[in-house]
Design a binder for this molecule. Structure first.
Ligand SMILES: [Zn+2]
Length: 226
């Protein structure tokens, strides 16, 4: 459910939520006995479950862990990048495939001269792939970013990227992860609920646990007002 003021882009963590192929399952269990007058639960999970954030340490030696990412890097102006060319055969998303409102990307080959202040701190990539969440190919046939597109975002000095699919990379690849993470750009995967967004720019919040690890479940939400 979304409140009046905020739009929640997060998947609910619950038993049987799908995990990335090969990752540990999410297990939530009540551990109080039936006669007690309280509830007490425990969880066991891989950290890359549901809507989650990857810190540089996921792939970069001595890279920042989740608890080392400054809070000011996790909130800010968030631009929705709409993938529009859904009929193309390749799942690789290039700059040409995007409709970035209030920005003007004509010369994608020359990113250096193409810095655009309007992108803000957080790029939210809307591919529509989240509609396939329950399908068998969700984790394996997702849309992913081209190197040019990733470099464009890096040169625009975003703090982080959120995508409505399982990865910024093609299945069983990691070069786009490494590109972002080595530039200290965090990655949020498996966001949802983008279908009803009406604007192209919001104020966004990305709230992970204060955890000494390479990843964390995360709550991502947008403010309607700013
Ligand atoms: Zn991850």
């Amino acid at each position: 459910m979304n409140s009046m003021k905020y739009i929640d882009l997060t998947r609910k963590l619950k038993n049987n939520i799908l995990e990335y192929p090969g990752d540990p399952k999410f297990k939530l269990k009540a551990i109080n006995d039936k006669n007690s007058d309280y509830n007490l639960s425990k969880i066991e999970t891989g950290l890359h479950i549901g809507t989650h954030i990857d810190a540089p340490y996921h792939y970069i030696e001595n890279g920042k862990k989740i608890n080392e990412i400054k809070l000011e890097k996790l909130i800010g102006k968030s631009t929705i990048l709409n993938f529009k060319n859904k009929d193309k055969i390749s799942k690789e998303i290039n700059l040409e495939d995007l409709k970035i409102v209030s920005t003007n990307i004509k010369n994608s080959k020359n990113c250096k001269t193409n810095k655009n202040e309007n992108l803000g701190e957080i790029a939210i990539l809307k591919t529509g792939w989240s509609n396939n969440w329950k399908k068998e190919n969700y984790f394996t046939e997702n849309y992913y970013l081209s190197k040019d597109f990733a470099n464009y975002l890096i040169e625009n000095e975003i703090n982080g990227i959120c995508i409505d699919g399982p990865s910024v990379d093609k299945f069983e690849n990691n070069k786009i992860h490494k590109l972002f993470l080595k530039n200290n750009i965090w990655i949020v995967e498996n966001i949802t609920n983008l279908n009803h967004l009406r604007k192209n720019s919001y104020f966004g919040y990305v709230i992970p646990l204060n955890i000494d690890a390479e990843a964390s479940p995360v709550r991502v939400f947008l403010s309607k007002e700013k």
